[in-house]
Design a protein around this ligand. Structure first.
Ligand SMILES: [Zn+2]
Length: 706
């Protein structure tokens, strides 16, 4: 029962279900049924074939059922050891298979894997319900919970008892039989709908491409962007042309630099219409179904709505708290964005434009304003942000803060030739974990960037099992004549995901079931790392020109610092709008079945989102909330930002690499997993609750609203 693995989100396909054939011969050699003799027990990827998953998952489920039966039917008096601890240790094989499967369906999927996901989702959903709704098992868990104060338990064991009991209650253990039955149906249906949503999105993203045939249509685009588009055309057998896609390294530079307004409109419209094209990949019905099922489940569990149900387990606790923070930020952010819009319009006029700014103009003219105001653009910066240098910069920070070292290993199996592997050592040289990086987009990889793992840290029979962690991103790749050169945003994202990676790598807890932390706390370890990415003394170490090796000049570092708050109104508004949209979807009362388009329109109109700013994710491609784990949780980034801005304040006061502050952050937060209440961990580190002031300052929102 490894909660940490629940962070892995799969993607699957909505084509007719293929029945997976498994021959006896294939099963005999199934690598999941062996102990892995690879370095550090990393999955032997080259030996794992699609046909191994279904038999291994089925056997994993059967094994866990036997373990559960044994615990539930034990004639012995329920104790921590024979009930709660035994439950935590159950399902080891299933965890092992699902970790590989979940990661591959996110990072390197194919039709066959997607079909398997649809085949196994109902099975694992049923297993979870069978555990949570097992009356004998719950009676034992409850008995241990009732006697927890008398038992001699460590604080971590006590926490595991409380969390396990709560899991059962929230999993429906106290419901009447007919409600339990309905809950099972809902859970099964939702497991498939989430997959379908993700499948549709991947297909919709891959379905569009902008093919440019005339050189003049490339006007304004930097050489590296043109080179990447030529490579993409070559890969698509369109030699001599240029292909732009909806993947991040392609669409965003195009929108930032292309002088062709009609083409900008075309590609952004395609992006914003994903899942909303009325074809067989349309997500509107799917998402409404998900939202209504969530509302129904909340009602069954006796909560007014899904948001109330999930927020109970988060730092925020209640929807009101979330709305309060979002609304506190909305007015100043909107006010700043309006000023930015005026600047853009002035730039349009200055260039002789006779039109009112539209969504496809924002990035283009913002870049021009930035250039005029700060003499700064990404083209100047990219040569200093060679991917390997940025990555080594992140390693450098981990070394200065925590004494970690990263040693590249070529003898560790990977699932794709582009994946690089590192052994991570602690400051005393001991083995801390394995770290995999997978940096570039591929058609089988879903969008965005994430951190996940093939094995979570925990103790087994007194032995510390160290983790296998992976960062998966969609960064600019190398071209025929240049290595992968990142934008500033990609650079910050690399540090961000690396921060999640450190959180998993440094963890030192006993029980896998306490691995998870609240969604609105989990972005603290990641977002705080972004601060080091742009700290001048850190950039001086890693930001070196890819051709000359010259260290980034002070003048450029200064420009980055000065431009830090540039366009923050836009960024905050598009983000907050998505957070509010997410909350609105999950405040839906039971029994309502809104029209997706109309619901979204009203939600955004209500807050006064300017038409030239598109909500960061429109509902039909809001994968975070409809196929990821962020339902009523997209606000978490800004909630965590209150924490990380405030936490970084401690480093600002004491020193960027102050050893005592770093040690405290490591011991009180990074090592602790979910063994304590998040706010208690935070207070141990900071000595007080967080304050929103550092965030307002950082985003330039501490200005009078008008
Ligand atoms: Zn994150």
């Amino acid at each position: 029962m490894n909660q940490w693995l629940l962070l892995v989100v799969g993607a699957a396909l909505c084509t007719p279900l293929l029945v997976t054939q498994t021959s006896q011969a294939a099963e005999e050699k199934n690598p999941f049924f062996e102990e892995w003799k690879t370095p550090f027990g990393v999955p032997p990827f080259e030996r794992i074939k699609e046909e191994h998953f279904v038999p291994a998952i089925k056997e994993g489920i059967a094994q866990q059922r036997r373990e559960i039966d044994q615990i539930a039917n034990s004639g012995k008096k329920p104790t921590f050891g024979n009930t709660v601890e035994a439950l935590d240790a159950s399902g080891e094989l299933l965890d092992k298979v699902e970790a590989v499967f979940g990661n591959l369906t996110g990072a390197e999927t194919n039709d066959q894997l997607q079909a398997i996901a649809r085949e196994v989702a109902p099975l694992t959903s049923a297993l979870r319900d069978d555990i949570m709704l097992n009356e004998k098992l719950f009676a034992r868990v409850k008995a241990v919970w009732e006697q927890r104060r008398q038992a001699k338990l460590s604080p971590e064991q006590l926490r595991l008892v409380e969390e396990t009991y709560k899991d059962f209650v929230r999993g429906g253990a106290n419901l009447s039989p007919d409600k339990k039955q309905r809950l099972r149906q809902i859970n099964e249906e939702m497991s498939l709908l989430g997959l379908k949503f993700g499948d549709n999105m991947l297909k919709e993203t891959n379905a569009y491409r902008l093919v440019i045939e005339k050189k003049e249509d490339l006007d304004g685009l930097p050489a590296n962007v043109v080179a990447a588009a030529a490579d993409a055309a070559k890969a698509a057998k369109l030699e001599g042309k240029w292909v732009f896609t909806l993947q991040a390294p392609s669409i965003w530079p195009f929108l930032t630099y292309s002088t062709k307004r009609d083409l900008r409109e075309q590609i952004l419209t395609a992006y914003a219409k994903r899942g909303d094209n009325g074809n067989d990949r349309d997500n509107k019905e799917v998402l409404v179904k998900i939202a209504t099922l969530r509302a129904e489940r909340a009602r069954i569990m006796d909560y007014p709505n899904h948001a109330a149900f999930v927020l109970e387990e988060r730092m925020a606790k209640k929807p009101d708290e979330v709305y309060a923070l979002l609304k506190k930020l909305w007015a100043p952010a909107l006010s700043v964005a309006r000023k930015e819009a005026v600047d853009l319009q002035a730039m349009i006029k200055q260039e002789g434009g006779q039109f009112k700014r539209e969504a496809w103009d924002w990035r283009y003219y913002a870049e021009k304003v930035k250039k005029a105001r700060y003499d700064l653009d990404d083209t100047q910066l990219r040569p200093y942000f060679k991917l390997e240098n940025v990555r080594d910069g992140a390693f450098y920070v981990a070394n200065k803060l925590y004494g970690l070292t990263f040693v590249e290993r070529k003898d560790i199996p990977t699932y794709h030739p582009e994946v690089a592997t590192f052994e991570v050592k602690d400051k005393d040289g001991s083995h801390l974990g394995v770290f995999l990086v997978d940096f570039h987009p591929r058609p089988g990889k879903r969008g965005g960037a994430w951190s996940s793992g093939y094995r979570g840290q925990r103790f087994k029979a007194g032995k510390d099992i160290r983790p296998i962690v992976v960062n998966v991103c969609n960064f600019t790749r190398s071209t025929a004549d240049a290595p992968a050169l990142l934008t500033l945003e990609e650079t910050e994202t690399l540090f961000h995901e690396f921060g999640h990676g450190l959180h998993s790598l440094l963890r030192r807890i006993h029980y896998g079931g306490l691995g998870g932390v609240p969604r609105d706390f989990v972005e603290l370890p990641s977002q705080i790392m972004e601060n080091w990415a742009t700290a001048p003394e850190v950039m001086k170490v890693y930001a070196k020109h890819y051709k000359t090796g010259e260290v980034i000049p002070d003048s450029l570092v200064e420009k980055i610092q000065k431009a830090e708050k540039f366009n923050q109104g836009f960024a905050t508004v598009e983000y907050l709008a998505a957070s509010l949209l997410d909350m609105d979807w999950h405040m839906l009362p039971e029994g309502q079945k809104p029209d997706a388009t109309e619901f979204e329109r009203q939600a955004l109109q209500k807050i006064g989102l300017p038409p030239e700013i598109i909500v960061r994710y429109r509902s039909p491609y809001f994968a975070h909330i409809f196929s990821g784990g962020y339902s009523a949780g997209y606000y978490s980034y800004i909630w965590s930002e209150v924490l990380d801005s405030d936490a970084f304040g401690a480093f600002k006061q004491k020193g960027l690499f102050d050893p005592a502050t770093a040690l405290s952050f490591r011991q009180n937060i990074l090592e602790k997993g979910g063994t304590m209440e998040a706010m208690d961990m935070y207070k141990r580190f900071r000595g007080r609750e967080p304050s929103v002031e550092f965030l307002l300052e950082k985003r330039g929102l501490n200005v009078p609203v008008n």
